[in-house]
Write a protein that binds this ligand. Structure first.
Ligand code: DP6
Length: 339
């Protein structure tokens, strides 16, 4: 398998859904918008198209309530675009700033005005949670508001996906499924929320390392698709896991949910390890945490984990196990996705 670039560009897809010209709405109409971070229980791993971020498999996530990104866009006073991150103005050539402006350019229709983008993450950087998902979802919502586009959420999900795949899921609260879709222009590769509320479900953030990753998820997934033979089994695993997760959510079967999420994450990591050069995101402390989780399970507490392309773990447990879990992970930050 390999990741390809379709002849269809992001701009050509977006153009079909926008008016010929756009004008910023009055600043008074503009409020900061928020999008939650999310953690996948069935992971998005591998693209069939790199330009549009079209995935090889469907995925399912849970949004992290109040943890995420707040963004506002206004007309810049000066003659340059400005990007502010957590109260600090970024240099024009900063990598993050350039990505943000490139995304806005997709919607600007060549208009003359310059923008000031202010974005804040309240995701504890210590928890090592990706901010690109909530970042592009919040940016999409802010663009929609700034130009008064009033795009349906499903279209916003497809456009946020072009910024970062996992951002397609961060437009919503709760459980969210991102359907891989089959269309070449990707307009059926969109996320939508599942109709389920599970107040007892908790997510715990275990911090192992806060340093920058040597290989980001985007490069990591491309390397895996291009070099790991083991990757061929991934789409099958993901499809089976997705079905299991649907059943687990419908029946509120926590054992099935936890087992499926943990096996899915470890299967994804197996494909990474089988890449060349190998990708091992784990630190010794990550493995120690896994072993502790398995010990906790052995003594009868239902505790599971999932991990993204990094060394940190996210724990899954139910409210009545929280006290017990905290005795094993005293520094745990606990999130209630449905509170
Ligand atoms: C392991 O969404 O960051 O977290 O589309 O290239 O921006 P790009 O990748 P990104 O990848 C997330 C990968 C993951 C799994 C997941 O969130 O589903």
């Amino acid at each position: 398998m390999s990741t390809t670039n379709s002849p269809i560009t992001r701009q050509s897809v977006i153009d079909q859904y926008l008016p010929k010209t756009v004008t910023p709405v009055a600043d008074s109409m503009n409020e900061a918008v928020f999008a939650p971070s999310n953690i996948a229980l069935c992971k998005y791993w591998g693209k069939r198209d790199a330009e549009l971020n079209l995935p090889i498999n469907s995925s399912l996530s849970i949004s992290l309530a109040h943890l995420g990104t707040k963004t506002s866009i206004s007309v810049a006073a000066g003659s340059n675009d400005e990007v502010w991150l957590n109260g600090q103005k970024l240099a024009a050539d900063d990598k993050f700033a350039r990505k943000v402006i490139a995304f806005i350019d997709l919607f600007r229709r060549g208009a003359e005005h310059r923008v000031k983008v202010e974005t804040e993450n309240n995701i504890p950087t210590a928890a090592g949670l990706a901010s690109s998902a909530s970042g592009f979802a919040a940016l999409m919502k802010a663009v929609d508001q700034f130009y008064g586009l009033q795009l349906p959420l499903l279209q916003q999900s497809a456009f946020a996906r072009m910024g970062s795949g996992s951002a397609s899921r961060s437009l919503y609260e709760g459980f969210v499924e991102w359907q891989m879709g089959i269309r070449e222009d990707g307009m059926d590769s969109i996320a939508a929320p599942l109709d389920c509320v599970w107040p007892e479900l908790k997510v715990g953030l275990v911090k192992v390392s806060t340093g920058p990753k040597a290989v980001d998820s985007r490069s990591g997934m491309n390397r895996t698709v291009d070099t790991a033979h083991l990757y061929q089994s991934w789409p099958l695993q993901a499809a089976a896991d997705l079905e299991r997760l649907h059943n687990a959510i419908a029946d509120k079967d926590f054992t099935l949910l936890g087992e499926t999420a943990e096996q899915n994450a470890l299967s994804m990591h197996a494909t990474m390890i089988a890449s060349w050069p190998p990708l091992l995101y784990w630190q010794p402390e990550s493995v120690a945490a896994m072993q502790r989780i398995w010990q906790v399970r052995e003594v009868g507490t239902e505790l599971y984990f999932t991990m993204d392309a990094g060394p940190n773990l996210k724990l899954l447990f139910l409210a009545d196990a929280e006290e017990q879990v905290r005795t094993f992970f005293p520094d745990l930050e606990v999130i209630s996705p449905f509170a």
